[in-house]
Design a protein around this ligand. Structure first.
Ligand code: GLY
Length: 597
């Protein structure tokens, strides 16, 4: 069934004018209209899943399921699961394919966080495959000669922003810990697709066109995305021989083929010679890279345990704080679109983001009050702040209990969204939630050996101090930049009931937290939960998703004292609800699907 990898070449020439400032987060949903023609070559069963998503119907299966950002990647993972592979095996095939068909969001040149539920032991653990700062990087890497922060894209584009990639070693580590399939075989579909060519999706075509000025700065990048100086178009068959060759080497020799030898040397050379903005990555950085297994951060909510990725990600702590702060309020009895319901969620989120900005960073480098931030007594003090009738006039970090305290200043990291999320449940009941990224859309824009290099270092604070007080998320050699990625597994009675995550920069936190609320408190099915209009508050402004019912709350929220901003909110939620059956939801705002058997 999954053997039909032959490509239907569709010569659609749809263009998306006016996208010149788009990032990977902000392609308009109308791009979805051409999605079916770009995915004509996938199997009929996956076509049916794509159509079901467009009708707002959850995917349903009995045994295993995948939800991810591109049907070609889901098809590769489905074949692995169909052949008896585990969720970890399937992830390798999905990630290898995403790096080809959705190169702007994740790939070998980036990093990822993975949360794993082990059906045999009932344990939940996490793998940290975050990029690291090069050993030669200094805390002032993103400052000009006067000590002022660089403009965001001046920092991003080129070699300066490139951290040591973690994704290849994460794939290998997960496979070694929980995989069963032959490692090399997991790359077969991605290699075939890279050699034969894949039809360019509407989303990729629109993003290439919108990012032309930056992508064209580097000849190798321009040559791939602008053949004959013309941006790739929807349905064009894009061949990537270099990527096939890279995958073949990793399939044969493991991630060592990436972290040492000719591929590593080419990565370092691209970074160090990047025209106008070179970086300091070295072959030593690559050779030393390691994936770190860390305990999951689990926070109780409505008799469930919400488990996710702790520092260096702020994802699980901030989601845990939002949910924990809301626990005393009976959201299930409230209308989701009641302004006061949104006051509670919005201000719980603002309070959590205030703590995030001060306290959360790589806990291997700075003390983070991981337990204190989600301690019930502390969260009760934050809930008490929500007992008024109007928006909080002032939102400040609280004083969680530290195991070992230092004083930190509030940070001002800039995060623009891209990224991708994979959720998988296998036939044995193992669950995998992995958020994967090269940071900004197209990362650093440096293209080496068929993949893009990340710009993850710009997730550090560009400033090192504020009023003489150090910022926890400042850059230090070897440190991992703070993330917002929030791969999440929700458990009830120690068994998974929801596997979820999203791209979206620091908006990830709100996308995931509110989907959990929609599913657990408001009983929405998983497709409804991921499709629900977004209303997000991080730093004070209430962002309402344009073109949705969320817009109707603009005036009522303003009357409560919030500043309101209506805009596109392009999440990429991929979720699996686990019950008597598996039910999957894929975000209608992007090109992904959920599919299972
Ligand atoms: N670069 C996106 C994140 O880690 O949150």
């Amino acid at each position: 069934m999954f053997r039909s990898i032959s490509i239907a070449l569709v010569l659609s020439t749809t263009a998306f004018p006016g996208l010149s400032q788009q990032t990977a987060d902000t392609v308009a949903p109308e791009a979805e209209a051409d999605a079916v023609s770009a995915f004509d070559g996938i199997s009929p069963e996956l076509q049916a899943s794509l159509a079901a998503k467009q009708d707002g119907v959850p995917a349903e299966a009995q045994t295993w399921m995948i939800a991810a950002a591109n049907p070609w990647a889901v098809q590769a993972g489905a074949r692995v699961l169909q052949n008896g592979g585990t969720a970890a095996d399937a992830m390798v095939a999905v990630q290898a394919t995403l790096g080809l068909v959705e190169p702007q969001s994740s790939g070998l040149g980036g990093g990822a966080f993975l949360v794993w539920y082990d059906a045999a032991t009932g344990a939940v653990t996490t793998l940290d495959g975050r990029e690291t700062a090069p050993l030669a990087a200094t805390p002032t890497l993103f400052q000009d000669a006067a000590g002022e922060p660089l403009k965001f894209f001046d920092a991003v584009v080129g070699g300066r922003s490139v951290g040591t990639p973690g994704t290849p070693r994460l794939m290998e580590t997960a496979h070694r810990m929980w995989g069963r399939a032959n490692w090399g075989s997991l790359f077969d579909d991605a290699i075939a697709l890279a050699e034969d060519g894949f039809p360019v999706s509407p989303r990729l075509a629109a993003l290439v066109e919108g990012d032309a000025d930056r992508l064209k700065r580097f000849p190798d990048t321009a040559g791939y995305f602008f053949p004959n100086d013309v941006p790739v178009q929807v349905g064009d068959l894009l061949i990537n021989e270099a990527y096939a060759d890279t995958l073949r080497q990793i399939a044969a020799d493991g991630s060592a083929a990436f972290y040492t030898g000719a591929i590593a040397e080419d990565i370092v050379s691209a970074v160090r010679t990047a025209s106008g903005n070179p970086g300091v990555l070295s072959t030593t950085d690559l050779a030393l890279y390691r994936v770190i297994e860390r305990p999951a951060v689990c926070v109780p909510y409505r008799n469930h345990d919400v488990c996710g990725m702790g520092p260096p990600s702020s994802g699980a702590l901030t989601i845990g704080q939002i949910l924990g702060t809301l626990e005393p309020f009976a959201l299930a009895d409230r209308d989701p679109m009641d302004p006061d319901t949104r006051r509670l969620i919005g201000d719980a989120s603002r309070l959590a983001f205030a703590d995030r900005g001060r306290y959360m960073a790589d806990s291997d480098y700075v003390p983070v009050p991981t337990k204190g931030l989600v301690a019930p007594d502390y969260l009760k003090t934050r809930s008490d702040l929500l007992n008024g009738d109007t928006a909080l006039e002032e939102v400040a970090p609280g004083e969680p209990e530290f195991d070992h305290a230092l004083i930190w200043a509030d940070d001002d990291s800039i995060e623009l969204p891209s990224t991708s999320h994979i959720s998988i449940v296998d036939a044995e009941g193992n669950a995998l939630s992995m958020t994967t990224t090269i940071e900004n859309g197209f990362g650093s824009r440096l293209f080496v050996r068929g993949f893009l290099l990340n710009n993850e270092l710009t997730d550090f604070s560009f400033r090192t101090h504020r009023n003489g007080v150090p910022i926890a998320n400042r850059l230090e050699p070897g440190k991992r930049p703070r993330s917002s990625m929030a791969p999440t597994i929700v458990l009830k009675d120690d068994a998974p009931v929801l596997v979820i995550g999203s791209p979206g920069g620091s908006r990830i936190i709100g996308y995931v937290a509110q989907s959990i609320i929609a599913h657990l408190d408001w009983g929405m099915d998983i497709q409804q939960a991921v499709s629900a209009p977004h209303l997000l508050n991080r730093f004070g402004t209430y962002d309402l998703e344009e073109g949705t019912d969320a817009e109707t709350l603009a005036e009522p929220l303003e009357a409560l004292g919030f500043k309101v901003n209506t805009r596109a909110l392009t999440s990429g939620l991929h979720a699996i609800a686990v019950g008597d059956t598996l039910r999957g939801g894929a975000d209608p705002r992007r090109e992904g699907i959920a599919f299972g058997k």
